[in-house]
Design a protein around this ligand. Structure first.
Ligand SMILES: [Zn+2]
Length: 422
């Protein structure tokens, strides 16, 4: 959000710093997304394509404070919201973490409670059995949460299912973050659940012939605990040419995230979420519905808004690239409904214009593959410049563009005529 003085300049790389001073790794997340998208081509090409286009565009509102320091706040971005997209899951886990900590704090202050984390695991098994194991764990968790002693001790909980992939195996586990009354730790209260008792109960829920490993401990920091289904480091490695994703693991995770509810809240907690405005009336509890942009938030106090910055992704190779500042717009006072409607209309017109210019650019150059251009999500003015420059160069050198007709490899329509009319 904060930047050093000097003001934004066209062409510069996107730099997004949070209010706590952390740099948001847009470039790395986008590059990781490209690797995951490439791996998805083998088993879910449609979703892969959605991920490939994710975050190719971002719009910020920016301003500066009395000291001339630039601040900016994300306003729009084309996030794919796929649950295996590294960028979208990272943003989602930050949002969930914030939500969790706010809910925990709210209840803990009101009811004098402390946070604990319980981890429930079955035995690790071969990856091929992931689906069956998740189903079993889901059923076991249902029994576990009905356990009267658990219900009495922990009224407020959040559950997240995670997986790690050591060697050829999969190790799924459930994290339950909950709030217990302070007197829980007093053995005389009758609330305390001994680790051994939890393990035995969990074993019975699983229908296991062994005693599973469980863990329960007090939690100091809640945010840390709201993590991912699987850590990206479990399926992503960085090579010289970019990130490489493990397609086998991703296929397992993809099935898992679309077949099971990998997180859940207790009823009492859902009430708190309503109270605090995290869950709106009628809103589904799906991760897909979470606002990843933070629409309600504006620039910090004391910052004078100056305008909008539009960034676009430029690929240098199939797996590398960066977001560059491609357009700056002056600030407009927050608008009423009529103005919003007008802006939406303008946006539609701009997109139509963009598509038209896109076609012109393809005709003019004849050789740029559709995929190369569409990944950038470039803006009209940029296209217009390119087309104009291309045309000027052609006129000057009496240049005949290489087209589908002459090279045999250009995109359809590049020969300058429509197929039907030819
Ligand atoms: Zn995404």
């Amino acid at each position: 959000m904060r930047e050093h003085a000097g003001g934004p300049r066209l062409g510069e790389e996107l730099r997004d710093v949070s209010s706590t001073g952390k740099v948001r790794p847009w470039r790395r997340l986008k590059e990781q997304g490209l690797a995951v998208a490439a791996a998805f081509e083998g088993f879910d090409a449609e979703r892969g394509e959605k991920m490939r286009r994710c975050a190719s565009y971002a719009k910020y509102v920016w301003g500066d404070d009395a000291a001339g320091v630039v601040h900016k706040k994300l306003r729009e971005a084309n996030f794919c919201r796929c649950r295996m997209c590294p960028g979208c899951t990272t943003r989602l886990s930050h949002k969930r973490g914030f939500e969790l900590s706010m809910c925990f704090e709210h209840v803990a202050n009101k009811e004098d409670m402390v946070a604990v984390m319980m981890t429930l695991t079955p035995r690790s098994m071969h990856r091929a059995k992931t689906k069956r194991e998740l189903k079993m764990m889901q059923a076991a968790w249902k029994k576990m949460r009905e356990w009267p002693r658990f219900r009495r001790a922990m009224k407020y909980w959040y559950r997240g299912t995670e997986m790690t992939f050591p060697g050829e195996t999969v190790h799924p586990h459930i994290h339950v973050m909950g709030l217990v009354p302070k007197k829980y730790f007093d053995k005389r209260s009758g609330l305390f659940l001994h680790q051994r008792e939890i393990a035995e109960k969990w074993g019975r829920c699983l229908g296991a012939d062994y005693t599973p490993v469980v863990d329960i401990r007090r939690m100091r920091k809640v945010v840390e605990a709201a993590k991912y289904v699987a850590k990206p480091s479990d399926y992503l490695t960085e090579g010289a040419d970019g990130w490489v994703a493990d397609a086998e693991i991703l296929e397992i995770l993809n099935t898992a995230v679309h077949s099971y509810h990998l997180s859940g809240w207790s009823k009492s907690f859902s009430k708190v979420r309503h109270e605090l405005g995290f869950l709106k009336k009628g809103q589904s509890d799906d991760d897909e519905d979470v606002d990843l942009i933070g629409k309600g938030e504006g620039l910090p106090e004391g910052v004078t808004p100056r305008g909008y910055l539009k960034y676009s992704w430029f690929s240098t190779t199939a797996l590398r690239g960066m977001h560059r500042l491609v357009e700056m717009e002056p600030y407009v006072e927050d608008e009423g409904r009529a103005a919003k409607k007008r802006r939406r209309k303008e946006k539609r017109e701009r997109e139509a214009e963009e598509r038209r210019l896109h076609r012109d650019l393809l005709r003019a150059t004849g050789r740029i593959a559709v995929a190369d251009v569409s990944i950038c999500g470039v803006f009209p003015s940029f296209y217009a410049d390119q087309v104009a420059a291309q045309q000027a160069a052609m006129e000057e050198n009496d240049y005949e563009p290489e087209t589908a007709a002459t090279s045999g490899c250009g995109p359809p329509g590049a020969a300058g005529g429509r197929r039907e009319s030819g």
